[in-house]
Design a protein around this ligand. Structure first.
Ligand SMILES: [Fe+2]
Length: 391
């Protein structure tokens, strides 16, 4: 996690008798890796364990939380046209998982209405990238306003819901283990290094607690092993008056990412923003391009063996691709070369700047394509590198 934060009322000494507005409040410790990793302590009016009904929750959505992998995973470069996704609605109605392996998933959420429930993912930490849409991410640890360009990180098992004020279009990545800030960006004591691509101030924890009316009550729908269970209570269990610790949801604007540039092309790893076990997330942001007089700003044709690569194109004219639109996802698996389209390679010479914005997920376990992704596939994409000009 990022650092220590606190919000609202907390006791002077942890795990001692504590009152709020004349009534005893309880501590709820949320801790990772047993009791051996980052934790936060929530101060709640009541312990969150008073369910009166618990049942398996079924949705009509066959793309989330469970999904089917396609059988035909032939080795080729793929292009998924996510603007063709028809599903909209709340989080459970609209989310679609497109690429999966044992360590992470990549999906899309077109959130068009507010959630009437809280959702918690007990399988993975989640990172959304807001390509379109505005609203409030309401979590039991407080609220975060979001706008386009924001990453939203929700740690594993923290209940949350979306209250959109504008329809959202978001990339969503699940990471099962050690998802967050890459260790190479930190000093041993935890502070970000001065040459990290961001600073602690760029990460925004909730700035206000949820305001609940006396009779507000919401079920909490929890995903565990890709199965949903609905938990219902006589009153909402997260009446939180304060919290502190190192485990909290945050927003980070991609526009605060500080890109590295060079005289000649640098590998995409210099654009790393987040990582988890066996995967990295990189972002290509508007920046000055390579400044050697003979530099080719486009990347090489490359075979990054042992690594699958998915890119979500957000905006701008992506330097190395043709035939890709905003919100396309390209998927370039390990085992075959890929790279810029030939025209783009040559056209890039002399370019001083790019306005591209894209998010890339590199995985060190093979990704599998789901049925939801297969429905969006542009099947001609694999062959679009051929050009008679280069015969
Ligand atoms: Fe690549």
């Amino acid at each position: 996690m990022i650092d220590y934060r606190k919000l609202g009322y907390i006791s002077e000494k942890q795990h001692t008798f504590c009152e709020y507005e004349g009534k005893m409040i309880v501590e709820h410790v949320i801790t990772r890796n047993g009791f051996n990793d980052n934790y936060s302590i929530l101060y709640q009016k009541r312990a969150p364990t008073h369910e009166v009904n618990t049942e398996t929750y079924k949705t009509e959505n066959s793309f989330f939380p469970s999904y089917n992998k396609i059988n035909n995973n032939e080795l080729k470069r793929r292009h998924f046209q996510t603007p063709n996704i028809q599903k909209e609605g709340n989080l459970l109605e609209a989310r679609a998982t497109l690429l999966v392996n044992n360590t992470c998933t990549v999906g899309i959420l077109k959130q068009s209405k507010k959630d009437h429930f809280f959702f918690a993912n007990a399988d993975a930490d989640e990172l959304y990238f807001v390509a379109e849409g505005k609203g409030i991410l309401q979590t039991v640890m407080g609220e975060i306003d979001y706008i386009p360009g924001d990453y939203l990180f929700i740690p594993k098992a923290i209940p949350y819901r979306f209250l959109p004020t504008e329809k959202g279009n978001m990339l969503v990545i699940e990471g099962k283990n050690n998802f967050g800030i890459p260790s190479e960006f930190r000093l041993p004591q935890g502070q970000f290094k001065l040459d990290a691509p961001y600073n602690h101030r760029d990460f925004h924890s909730p700035n206000r607690l949820m305001e609940l009316n006396k009779n507000d009550n919401f079920p909490i729908i929890i995903k565990r092993n890709n199965v949903l269970t609905k938990h219902e209570y006589t009153d909402f269990p997260y009446k939180v008056v304060g919290w502190d610790g190192w485990y909290w949801p945050f927003s980070f604007s991609v526009h605060n990412y500080q890109p590295k540039t060079s005289s000649i092309h640098l590998p995409p790893t210099v654009h790393t923003a987040f990582s988890g076990d066996k995967f990295y997330i990189m972002n290509f942001v508007p920046r000055v391009l390579d400044y050697h007089p003979k530099a080719i700003p486009c990347p090489w044709p490359h075979s990054n063996i042992d690594c699958d690569e998915a890119i979500f194109y957000v905006s701008g004219d992506f330097t190395s691709r043709k035939g890709i639109s905003n919100y396309s996802i390209s998927f370039h698996p390990s085992g075959i070369p890929h790279g810029p389209h030939p025209e783009r390679y040559e056209q890039s010479i002399g370019a001083k700047r790019t306005e591209e914005l894209a998010i890339m997920v590199d995985t060190f376990e093979p990704l599998f394509v789901t049925e939801a992704a297969a429905m969006l596939e542009d099947k001609k994409y694999h062959y679009t590198w051929d050009s008679h000009e280069h015969l």
